[in-house]
Design a binder for this molecule. Sequence first.
Ligand SMILES: *Cc1c(COP(=O)(O)O)cnc(C)c1O
Length: 407
Amino acid sequence: MADQIVPFLDLAAIHRELADELVAATRVAIESARFIGGPEVDQFEREFAQYCGTKHCIGVGSGTDAVRFALMAAGVRPGDAVITVSNTFIATVEGISQAGAETEFVDIDERTYEMSADSLAAYLKSCRTDAATGRPLGRRTGKPIRAIVPVHLYGQVGDFACIRDLAEEYGLLVIEDACQAHGAEYLDASASRVTSHDVRWRRAGSLGKAAAFSFYPGKNLGACGEAGAVTTDDDEVAAYIRMIRDHGQSKKYYHQIEGYNGRLDSIQAAYLRIKLRYLDTWNAQRREAAARYNEQLSPFAQSAGIVLPYEPASSRGVYHLYVIRTQERDAVAAALNANGVQTGFHYPVPLHLQECYRSWGYGLGSLPVTERVAAEIISLPMFPGLTAQQQSRVAVELESALRAGVR
Ligand SMILES: *Cc1c(COP(=O)(O)O)cnc(C)c1O
């Protein structure tokens, strides 16, 4: 077949459409020579906070900075333990380690691939209690647990209400890793909440004590370089991050604490302001593309043994990735790639089995759902502007790979 390649992500096309606006913003930045701080950063922070429905947004240098700073600002200290999932990008755990804390993993839900509230509940129940702090002690590390970091993986919020209820019960903070979930919505209608909170759709980033966003170029909202942000309603958390991202100073050359060089560039802020105006349109296009995949793949999904993404009624995902499962994963991916359909694995090796964390002692079998899922997932092409035609091509190649070659 002489068909063109269906790319996994066509970043160049997205930027080609915005080129005039981006070039104009670059010119303004060069003429003003305001490269650090200034009105573009302030205005982006205001606009993104408003978009997420939070009081504050603090621009930082990357999503990894955002995770680290959010944890530190919320009160995670060296010697604390933090619970998260193993099916995520390593930056989640880097942020925890760099805040001085140690990671405890819990398993994921077999349908949503997000943190499993059941696994979290069972884990917490099995922890001993620290006499000094009253907090649960991490089962791997023996350290008092301070926070939970649910990751809104693939652009979807999982069982957030249950996770937050457990956090309240055990006195823990919840910090969202929303690095893949710009604009994702969650219906917070859990029974225990109806009396104290209003029931409505809320955006990722507004659900926990604070949330970390990445604007890595390939994310749903991406800069033209490195960038990130923390969103929060908490004035103290916001003030602390404003300080640590800028060498711990509250005023130039007056350092309350030792901080970091973790600021958001003015020029990236200007690009992000332009792109933020398109985010809802792009996310809608991703949701439409996901609906089309569902339609195109469901006629043969069951007979061919593939599992399509599951979106609970409480979730409106933004499909950062469209992820399917098949037991013939490696063969299917090889066949698709050989026939011009680019795919990815997110992620091929869960973090608890990575070389760098080997000393933590998690072996094969310690997180069974995560391990099963990691061996079976394929991410199909997904980006705003993906056409129905390109998707038909994916469906045809996928069906033929499943039916013929790989069996
Ligand atoms: C991209 C990502 C990060 C890190 O973001 P960077 O901007 O690359 O530092 C953290 N967590 C998750 C889940 C991500 O996808």
